[in-house]
Ligand binder design. Structure first.
Ligand SMILES: Cc1cc2nc3c(=O)[nH]c(=O)nc-3n(C[C@H](O)[C@H](O)[C@H](O)COP(=O)(O)OP(=O)(O)OC[C@H]3O[C@@H](n4cnc5c(N)ncnc54)[C@H](O)[C@@H]3O)c2cc1C
Length: 344
């Protein structure tokens, strides 16, 4: 029989950032990965303190950015790589009115650190009203982040490449097959719907597609460009363009309408030839009140859920993994806004 402090179920941002807390605090654990491509793995990796539809910001944006930078420095110590791509987001303005609104918002105390009053004009795209720069925005090198951490977990013997089987859980002892555990953290994204202990938590899927495109003329280096969606270069010479939001679609296939939306939106501001090489999609686990869901089961106190990261998996995943760890290990209260108990 093996004994561990924690079992983690899942391999997306929620699971990885929680695993990092365990590595940092030298807790023993096993992480279950069923080997499907997570929503996290297809995500764009944008780290953005501004909401670019209405030019607002969100709860804890500054704290979340700083916390993420610290975590990525900590992870670099054991994987040897830096996954933070410090290239800012440029928001292409639709018209003069938007630009004026940006300038007005940039004077507000909460937005002043994020909305630069300096504008940029690019040659490769249509941007007759220029672009606004989002200070402190960046990108995560998503593929290397996941590939390297998974490899590290495997090398250390922390990874089990199999689906966690809920029926094999003996809660009273507490044992899972031949593993004696102290706590379990369920971080399955939309997979939580199969979890008999937490299937009722109010997370709703929001399907997102993105394209991988070959551009005939490369974009200016050093930025992530955003008009309706984000576009930026990947490591293999192609570009990421996405993603869409769709609450209604539940099937696990590519949706032609989403591909058309993306293709049309890209051609509206990229006036050169491009070729779609691949289409990918994932399901964001979203919550109506736009806050993650953390906490333990009302009856089985050592079973925890960590879900509902929504469209900000990176910032929410990192920040609330720390909060959850402090809650479990040091009894620190959870923010009521993210506590599972808010639904009871
Ligand atoms: C197109 C798109 C673009 C996005 N862009 C961004 C972005 O730029 N920035 C950002 O911050 N966020 C972005 N997001 C949102 C982000 O991806 C999500 O918030 C995040 O992926 C949620 O992470 P998670 O760990 O909760 O779930 P997931 O990433 O879905 O991970 C859960 C994993 O658990 C595994 N699992 C489930 N059940 C079991 C089981 N029983 N046993 C073993 N494994 C199991 C699943 O296979 C899955 O791999 C984007 C999402 C999409 C779809």
């Amino acid at each position: 029989m093996k004994a561990v402090d924690y079992i983690i179920v899942g391999d997306g941002y929620a699971a990885m950032f929680f695993a990092h807390q365990l590595i940092k605090h030298q807790k023993s654990f096993l992480l279950f990965s069923e080997g499907k491509k997570s929503a996290s793995f297809v995500s764009a990796g944008i780290i953005n303190p501004a909401v670019l539809k209405r030019f607002t910001t969100f709860w804890l944006a500054q704290e979340q950015i700083e916390s993420l930078k610290n975590t990525l420095e900590e992870i670099e110590k054991y994987t040897g790589k830096n996954y933070l791509i410090e290239k800012p987001v440029l928001r292409v303005f639709h018209d003069e009115k938007e630009k004026e609104l940006w300038l007005k918002k940039a004077d507000e105390e909460t937005l002043n650190p994020f909305l630069s009053k300096e504008f940029i004009s690019l040659d490769t795209i249509k941007n007759p009203f220029d672009c606004g720069i989002v200070n402190q925005s960046a990108r995560l090198d998503v593929r290397n982040f996941f590939n390297d951490i998974m490899q590290y977990l495997e090398d250390k013997g922390f990874l089990l490449k199999e689906k966690f089987d809920y029926q094999s859980l003996d809660i009273t002892n507490p044992i899972y097959k031949d593993i004696h555990y102290r706590n379990i953290v369920f971080a399955e994204g939309m997979g939580v719907k199969e979890n008999p202990f937490f299937s009722e938590i109010p997370v709703h899927q929001n399907k997102g597609h993105h394209l991988e495109v070959k551009l005939s003329q490369n974009l200016e280096e050093g930025y992530t460009i955003k008009k309706k969606h984000f576009v930026f270069p990947l490591n293999d010479g192609s570009y990421y363009y996405g993603g869409t939001y769709d609450r209604e679609q539940i099937h696990h296939e590519i949706d032609d309408a989403a591909v058309e939306t993306l293709t049309k939106a890209l051609s509206e501001f990229y006036p050169h030839y491009f070729e779609v090489r691949e289409v990918k999609f994932g399901f964001r686990p979203t919550v109506k009140d736009r806050r993650p869901i953390l906490g333990n089961h009302p009856e089985f106190k050592n079973l925890y859920v960590f879900n509902g990261l929504g469209a900000r998996g990176i910032l929410n995943g990192n920040y609330f993994a720390k909060e959850l760890f402090s809650h479990i290990e040091n009894g620190k209260d959870l923010h009521p806004e993210v506590d599972l108990k808010r639904f009871s």
